[in-house]
Design a protein around this ligand. Structure first.
Ligand SMILES: [Cu+2]
Length: 170
């Protein structure tokens, strides 16, 4: 009985603490995204233009960025093949992701533009699919952790044929 009431008292106390903390914890958190949104909508984002064509290669295979920098990737498909057969995207993956495994899973993910739902946690940022003459883009914050991050095109077969590159954060 004593233990029970002690547990109850603890539960109530921690509930009280959580309730007391919530407004205080929420206030700065609510401010931060607003400030962030402002930063990304201004010139703070650096645009990187990439092309991909029917040769299934990115014209740039190395992008260098500063930790936490906001990048605006614009990928243009300069090929002419029909979109069903040849489209491209830019998918930036977290460190440690098995890229081949991701690419394999993407084969069966046409309905989600080749972003496999089972591995979507491995994605830092991605664009939609660009058909011939189309451009797709994505704006994102580069990881704060220095290192190399792989980006790939997840359209079936393209990764295997070398449609990939590296984002170097330093
Ligand atoms: Cu591609």
């Amino acid at each position: 009985m004593r233990v029970f009431s002690l547990a109850c008292a603890l539960a109530v106390a921690s509930l009280g603490a959580a309730a007391a903390q919530t407004p205080a914890a929420k206030a700065p958190a609510a401010k931060a995204p607003a400030a962030k949104a402002k930063a990304t909508s201004t010139a703070a984002a650096r645009t990187v233009n990439i092309t991909g064509g029917d040769n299934m290669k990115f014209d740039q295979t190395e992008i260098t960025a500063k930790p936490g920098e906001t990048l605006h990737i614009v990928l243009k498909n300069i090929g002419t093949m029909p979109k069903m057969a040849m489209a491209h995207n830019f998918v930036l993956l977290k460190t440690g992701t098995d890229q081949a495994e991701f690419s394999k899973a993407a084969f069966n993910a046409r309905e989600t533009d080749f972003i496999p739902p089972t591995m979507k946690d491995a994605v830092i940022a991605h664009t939609g699919l660009a058909g011939p003459g189309e451009s797709v883009e994505v704006r994102f914050k580069v990881p704060a952790k220095a290192g190399t991050y792989a980006f790939i095109c997840s359209f079936p077969g393209h990764f295997g044929l070398g449609m990939r590159g590296t984002l170097i954060v330093k």
